[in-house]
Design a protein around this ligand. Structure first.
Ligand code: BGC
Length: 909
């Protein structure tokens, strides 16, 4: 053979090998490993990002088991083609680690308003490489104050301090041909609804959202490229009072008296030319529109006769409209992009029946206590009017009951235009209701032409939970509906009475449960920004966030600790260090406040809500009321917050702080023992909450914990297996019982059907969580109307225990975000099967089990790039078998990613 031939053959073999290898690598990668679920700052393809280093995350799907990412590569460009070119914005290179969530962009400086495209590919521990992901993008918001060309405009008409008609603003303009892209950047004081050429923009309501307006005001960005045309266009915006100047507990006009609008339309033509249409003195306005009044608490009055056809179209004749006022005193430097998911419409619920009450009222029952508004279609004479009032419950006699709404009217008044079929829902008001009462032209409404629309922040569902017990399933349903109803831009205590505020204590109590049920990351990132912004200069955290009251009301134990508890719990669920870094200073300031208000390390000052709404029997002569000393509670939360500072400083690598807080914690605990615990271990308050908090926050030395747990159980027994805890004790009650080996008692409490218990309201027909254990008393009468919400999520905090213990799904503290997690179900309470899942930042985690004749089957799903420790409860040694026949030797077993099934015998108890 000649040399040339050999060379030729070698090259051929080599290229064949190369092609084969590439093909293998490619097909292998394609078949076995892929990235999906790609997000930037918790959103898919967000428009409007203001971080200079947006964080990128992805999930991995793989056919094989035990898959871990070993490396990744990200590439970013400012156009799709550029991704493969040399002129790339950022190429991370192949980074040899398993990080697949919250990877900060680290390339060239990002520019205002620019869109960036990106892709990722990964390598795994089996030698596979994934194909490049689909192309994703994020788009920057307006990064500099100078990017805002718009001016704040307001009504030129005198706005009364009471409610006023919603002003309409408009501007016609003309555009050249070949529009490449167009964006509207918009914000307002008060709420806005924006239209372009007669069409409403986006699907969000209650924009720009509720924040601490003067410190940070959100704006939104809309891609309006396809809504604009070459030639004549118009933009129209309607403003409502909203949280800005409408009623809020204690009065109105808290943030200001006059709504205002800021809007800037940026149009880019194919030829690169740019044009800006922005709010300024050239806009016109009118107060003659149909919304005669709109208020979050009170509802809306809508006169359809005053609808102005085509008011946001270009060909509208705006003769008679007024000039606008430009207010150059309103700032631009408080504008921030909205990080939370917007409030959007969800379920549409048809009425289940029409009732004529004993009083003769016409009432419609939607079958579910919900938050949102009604949507109806009617025909009738011009000037006919309908009044719709909303209520959560009917009273004992079956009459419509609104006394628990306090001053909130929750009422709509609709005046017909008489122009054929008319469809209406409110714009700037939401209601909490299951029932509506119809007055006026009541014959117009039938079950066919009205529906209830559920509104809440657009959080993706992340959790499912179901068991063999129908009452527990209803409890879970009620918890989820409590969450829907109270996660409308801020986490509120209740959604119906004249309150609806971001109560900090309620939010921290419910956070973990909420984070199982839905993706609450963006929602809480936003709220925590306000918490930080509203923190008082002495470090105290206001009772409600956003804060708007006069003076400085805050610093209550268990409420203000939302500042430390939520960031830490958030980190556990999402594995996001940034939230800890962002909140660190605020957390530390809160702890310093407690230290500053302590005497010899005992936090013994200030006003506290205590264990809010704990059990108080009527006519108590036996000392059965479950009162817990407020300073005892305060000391336990002080210790807990210090512990969270230790944990957080460790994560952030702040060694000095770790030592500082460790030494503080020792002193805080010693002071607790000295003040609140007798030498033989009795707490000064003999309540469930006292023992629960002391145990949950490790206030007692290890040697004295078992006796305390026993005292807790004795207390529960003395109440005939009823809980007596309020807002602060309840979230930890069952956790403490489980931790100290009293799983059976935890289940007894959970399964208890008589008052006070979680299932008592369920048995009374509740469809949401109540504010009080006995909102409706056993005799059918109501609790105190001043504070009796039927949609208050705090007691729904038991959901966290249900996911962690019944289903057994729980994060492991050292590996946050479910990078490593546990599946450790603890069956009990007669439940024979349970099925739960949680969509973690790495993908779906699930646990399903059933027990029959002392044989338990357990199925587990572990997403790629994670590991799980499975604990087989009560397993008879030597009986645990995997579906493939493999014997599992130990009760605790580590699993890599994949789906597994196990069977084992359960010990008789
Ligand atoms: C709210 C609560 C809140 C409490 C403070 C009430 O009016 O509805 O949920 O936490 O005040 O104790």
């Amino acid at each position: 053979m000649n040399k040339k031939f050999i060379l030729n053959m070698n090259t051929k073999i080599l290229s064949c090998m190369l092609i084969f290898c590439c093909w293998c690598g490619y097909t292998q990668g394609k078949e076995t490993i892929k990235v999906y679920g790609i997000t930037c700052e918790y959103k898919k393809d967000p428009i409007g990002v203001d971080s200079p280093h947006p964080r990128l995350s992805w999930k991995i799907s793989a056919d094989a088991k035990d898959v871990l990412q070993t490396a990744y590569e990200i590439r970013v460009a400012n156009d799709v083609k550029g991704l493969q070119g040399k002129n790339i914005y950022w190429n991370s290179g192949k980074i040899g680690n398993g990080a697949s969530v919250h990877i900060p962009y680290n390339g060239k400086e990002l520019k205002s308003g620019e869109r960036y495209f990106w892709q990722v590919r990964i390598w795994d521990n089996k030698g596979n490489v994934s194909p490049w992901s689909e192309v994703n993008f994020w788009e920057m918001g307006l990064l500099n104050v100078s990017d805002w060309k718009a001016k704040w405009i307001q009504s030129s008409q005198v706005t009364p301090t009471e409610t006023a008609p919603s002003p309409l603003f408009r501007k016609a303009f003309s555009l050249k041909t070949k529009i490449k892209k167009a964006r509207l950047y918009i914000s307002s004081y008060g709420l806005y609804d924006a239209y372009i050429n007669g069409k409403r923009l986006g699907n969000a309501y209650f924009t720009p959202g509720w924040t601490s307006f003067h410190k940070q005001l959100q704006y939104q960005v809309y891609d309006v490229s396809t809504q604009l045309i070459s030639g004549s266009n118009a933009i129209g915006v309607m403003l409502g009072d909203g949280w800005y100047r409408g009623n809020l507990m204690g009065g109105r006009n808290f943030y200001g008296k006059e709504p205002a609008l800021l809007a800037q339309l940026l149009v880019e033509y194919e030829n690169g030319e740019k044009e800006v249409i922005a709010t300024d003195e050239s806009w016109s306005m009118s107060t003659n529109g149909p919304i005669r009044s709109a208020d979050i608490y009170n509802g809306e009055t809508y006169d359809a006769r005053k609808e102005i056809a085509n008011w946001s179209n270009a060909d509208f004749n705006s003769k008679g409209w007024n000039k606008v006022l430009v207010n150059s005193e309103l700032p631009l430097n408080n504008l921030i992009i909205s990080s939370a998911p917007p409030v959007t419409a969800h379920e549409r619920i048809k009425p289940i029946k029409v009732i004529t009450t004993p009083k003769g009222e016409k009432v419609i029952d939607f079958g579910q206590n919900l938050v949102g508004w009604v949507n109806f279609t009617v025909n009738g004479k011009a000037g006919d009017s309908l009044t719709i009032t909303h209520a959560e419950v009917l009273d004992k006699e079956g009459n419509f009951y609104t006394e628990n709404l306090r001053a909130a009217k929750q009422q709509l008044m609709y005046i017909l235009s008489g122009q054929g079929e008319e469809t209406y829902h409110p714009h700037f008001s939401f209601q909490g209701f299951r029932y509506i009462k119809i007055e006026g032209a009541k014959e117009k409404i039938t079950t066919d032409n009205i529906e209830a629309i559920v509104l809440h922040s657009d959080m993706a569902p992340t959790g499912t939970f179901k068991t063999s017990n129908a009452l527990i399933n209803q409890l879970q349903h009620n918890i989820q509906w409590g969450q829907k109803g109270n996660f409308l831009d801020v986490p509120t205590d209740c959604p119906q009475r004249d309150e609806r505020l971001g109560w900090t204590g309620d939010a921290q109590a419910f956070f973990n449960t909420a984070a199982y049920n839905m993706d609450v990351a963006g929602f809480f990132i936003k709220w925590l920004k306000d918490l930080k912004a509203d923190q008082f200069s002495n470090g105290a955290i206001p009772h409600v966030i956003p804060y708007y009251w006069k003076g400085e009301q805050g610093g209550s134990a268990g409420w203000a600790d939302a500042s430390t508890i939520i960031p830490w719990d958030f980190y556990q669920v999402y594995g996001d260090r940034k939230i800890l870094a962002d909140q660190y200073e605020s957390m530390a300031k809160w702890v310093q406040f407690m230290t500053n208000n302590s005497t010899n390390n005992l936090w013994d000052k200030g006003w506290h809500f205590g264990d809010w709404l704990f059990y108080i029997p009527d006519d108590d002569r036996d000392g059965k009321a479950a009162i817990t000393d407020k300073y005892l509670i305060a000391q336990t939360f002080y210790a807990h917050s210090v512990q969270l500072m230790i944990n957080t400083s460790k994560v952030l690598g702040k060694q000095e702080d770790v030592l500082k807080y460790e030494s503080l914690l020792e002193k805080v605990k010693a002071a607790f023992l000295n003040e609140f615990v007798t030498p033989s271990g009795r707490l000064v308050s003999s309540s469930q909450t006292a023992y629960v908090l002391a145990l949950n926050f490790d206030m007692l030395p290890e040697s004295r914990r078992a006796q305390a747990a026993k005292r807790l159980v004795e207390n529960i027994e003395s109440y005939d297996y009823h809980l007596t805890t309020g807002f602060l004790g309840t979230p930890y009650l069952c956790h403490v019982l489980s931790r100290f080996g009293y799983e059976d008692i935890a289940y007894k409490l959970l399964m208890q059907e008589t008052y006070p218990s979680w299932l008592y309201p369920v048995k009374k027909g509740a469809t949401t969580i109540w504010e009080r254990w006995d909102g409706i008393k056993p005799d059918g009468t109501f609790q105190n109307k001043e504070m009796n919400s039927f949609n208050h999520y705090a007691y729904g905090a038991i959901g966290d225990w249900m996911y962690k213990n019944i289903a057994g799904i729980q994060p492991i503290e050292e590996f946050p975000g479910y990078k490593q997690f546990m599946v450790a179900p603890k069956p009990g309470g007669g439940i024979t099967n349970a099925e739960a899942s949680f969509e973690s930042v790495y993908g779906k985690v699930s646990a399903t089990w059933q027990i029959q004749n002392s044989v338990m089957q357990l199925a587990v799903e572990v997403p790629p790039n994670t590991k799980a420790k499975v604990v087989f409860p009560n397993a008879v040694p030597g009986t645990i078998k995997q579906e493939n026949g493999k014997d599992i030797a130990k009760e605790e077993h580590w699993l890599g990613s994949g789906k597994y099934k196990f069977t084992f015998n359960v010990k008789d108890k």
